[in-house]
Write a protein that binds this ligand. Structure first.
Ligand SMILES: [Mn+2]
Length: 329
């Protein structure tokens, strides 16, 4: 029998050395952060604080999603001169394109940079030996756990909660896990749970408290969705004037992906002078919406991706995207 490859190869000595030799560390992630971005940042900060480092968290926000709102005050949007003078090591998490880490990164980009990420479609702006990028990892927090182990920092309940939370949000609570990812990921999940966590408590904390208005918005998006290409693709539209704080797609995609015969769901959102496309592919469909998004200068994973197309009008969006995805189906 072929020996299963470990999902998590060893963290390079260069990364460990860079961290050990830095007294000050700036941690940042992508703008418009999701759970994995915020929780991997918080976990990394806790690990580095345990090593006695001077750590700062940066993110331009906005902290829109419910599960991350409470952490906004821990993140700064600008670097003060005193910290800048320490020439901090920069750790970029859950992000491997240079335009996404926000304002702070533009100030610190001349410093030594480590990138830890699980996105495949980045344009490399980092040194190979200072990157730990594994597209097969279900979340960035699981990669941060590897850094933790390499640095010899023990798990505790708070750390386990951060690491598990990023995993749960990025996998839609175990939904988006492939057979290749499952064994090593679940071993980690077990180690987190052993610190005294309950996945269902985390689920309730992240999901309860929704506004009825938002649930109705989800219903209206589903109500107005259209079946295309013989039901293989469902297109849905998010209202331009939506003012709520939810990521409506998080609720819309899973429902529509359950429809009979569907291979992909596309969520179209009108922006100022552009159209934003969100893509989700059905597991087992063989579709790679990540490469579709890349061809439109966007990014993501095979099953979940997004892209923004400038200059496109709402009336043209459907025909535009159906022509492209029809070639892949
Ligand atoms: Mn992520």
């Amino acid at each position: 029998m072929e020996k299963k490859k470990d999902l998590f190869p060893p963290v390079s000595d260069d990364i460990i050395k860079a961290i050990r030799e830095s007294d000050a560390v700036a941690i940042t992630s992508h703008v418009n952060p999701d759970g994995d971005a915020v929780f991997s940042s918080l976990a990394m900060a806790r690990i580095l604080s345990a090593l006695g480092k001077n750590v700062r968290l940066f993110n331009d926000g906005p902290f829109k999603r419910k599960e991350i709102m409470e952490y906004e005050s821990l993140f700064s949007t600008s670097v003060d001169d005193a910290f800048l003078a320490l020439e901090p090591l920069v750790i970029v998490l859950d992000c491997s394109t240079e335009d996404r880490p926000g304002n702070v990164y533009q100030v610190l980009r001349g410093n030594m940079v480590i990138v830890i990420d699980h996105h495949a479609s980045g344009t490399p702006f980092y040194k190979e030996e200072l990157s730990y990028i594994l597209p097969l990892s279900p979340s960035t927090t699981l990669l941060v756990d590897e850094i933790r182990k390499a640095l010899g920092i023990p798990l505790d309940k708070t750390l386990a909660e951060y690491l598990l939370s990023g995993f749960l949000t990025d996998t839609g609570f175990f939904h988006f896990i492939s057979d290749v990812q499952a064994p090593s990921s679940f071993e980690k999940v077990t180690s987190f749970i052993k610190e005294g966590l309950n996945p269902y408590e985390l689920y309730d904390r992240m999901h309860d408290g929704r506004k009825l208005e938002d649930v109705k918005n989800v219903a209206s998006i589903i109500e107005n969705s259209e079946s295309c290409l013989d039901g293989k693709v469902i297109i849905a539209y998010e209202r331009k004037d939506y003012q709520g704080t939810e990521r409506l797609g998080d609720s819309v995609y899973p429902s529509l992906l359950e429809c009979e015969g569907v291979k992909a769901v596309i969520l179209i959102k009108e922006k100022e002078d552009a159209i934003e496309f969100g893509f989700r592919a059905k597991r087992g469909s063989g579709l790679d919406v990540g490469s579709l998004a890349s061809s439109l200068s966007g990014g993501g994973h095979a099953l979940a991706a997004g892209a923004t197309v400038k200059g496109l009008k709402l009336g043209e969006a459907k025909a535009f995207i159906l022509e492209k995805i029809a070639l892949l189906i």
